[in-house]
Design a protein around this ligand. Sequence first.
Ligand code: SF4
Length: 468
Amino acid sequence: MSFEDIPVDIGVVYEGERVKSKDMFVELGGPKMGQKFELALAREAGEIEDEKVTIIGPDLKDMEEGSYHPLGIVVEVAGKEIEPDLEGVIERRIHEYVNFVEGMMHLNQRYDIWIRLSKKSFEKGFKSFEYLGKVLIRLFKSEMNIIEKIQVTFITDPKIVTERYDDAINRYNQRDERARGLSDAEVDTFYGCSLCQSFAPTHVCTITPQRYANCGAISWFDGRAAARVDPKGPLYAISKGDTIDDYRGEYTGVNQSYTEKSLGKINSVVLYSAFEKPHTSCGCFEAIAFVIPEVDGLGIVHRDFKGDTVNGLPFSSMADSTAGGRQVPGFHGISIEYMRSPKFLQVDDGWNRIVWLPEAIKERVLEFVPEDVREKIATEKDAMNIADLKAYLKEKNHPVVQRWIEIEEEEETALVASAEGTDYVSVPGEMTAFVGGVGGGLEIIFKNAKIYAEKIIVRRTGKGDQKK
Ligand code: SF4
């Protein structure tokens, strides 16, 4: 495959390259643009003019340095083995291939894309979407040989982006709805995705019918279709193996897959918890579930939420604490679609543990939030600091308030024990403690410890033992 006619270098070496705002020539999509999207569509061969690149609206050379533009990317493909189930997987490769371009940064997916072109690459001559189209076409054809014909369209005309945006959103919704009809118990195979290992080497997504991929772009059906046509590719089948704990979502096959793909760094994952051996988080998650220790609850913030959240931190600060392919209890990357799942953080008490989330997300998932807790979850309109949040939860009698009472009782028990004589607590055998917070967490293992303290508070972080 030759890229000699492209004025900048193309290669995997540029994946992970960041283009800072001071170095950018233009920004396409991103948080400043309300509407942006990328979409892959399976077509009949006769509907495609092979290798055609279409530009609707201003081209790169027509844009001013430092400017911001909406963007729609449409990749249409055809081939004997191409089916609509593959659209999500082909679409996700746009992220990977755009990042192969020297001086181009592509973040996120679907309706959330954020692309920057560097001044350096523009000055080298990368002044037209024509080049980007050629790069995408060549990479798609060489990496996915099921693609026989392909055409690519770039839309920067704001009016046309708006016109096509609703159609893109409807198509994403249709894909997501399809996967909702199936439960994890009904299948014996999950799918893994290691596409994000170039950014987060120990990360793999385990995609089940009821736990959507972190990026929100790949469903269980998409994984199945991709693994079928390219079993050695980044999406692969995971045999569930033996069930260690059905309620927690722990399976020998999933654990084995993590051990293999993370080269032994991650060996055990609980699929439905943000606290207990949580699913790893790369950096592409649509949202973060974050612990708010002061109320023993979880907040949620999505990528597009502007400004600080209720704990005083913006999405970007918490994303740094969450990402990197680690398991950070209390800082958990998730997709919006997972919030619609009956398995959503069920080990941690599911929606009964969610205390705060942006109004825009609440509206999107409202019908999946149990009716009795809907009004009890605060948004940015109800609370923007911990004191107000605490007051709101108390006033609404949110389910976490019951946890506060239990904690107070536990504190009292500890005080009574201390009043009964010894000034230490003896812990025979082994005890593990987790100290978490922004910036990551520490696991501390005590062996045959004696702990001297004025007071000991034991807090429950999940209710997994209380199986429903
Ligand atoms: S977030 Fe997960 S499913 Fe999505 S591309 Fe990355 S590894 Fe694959």
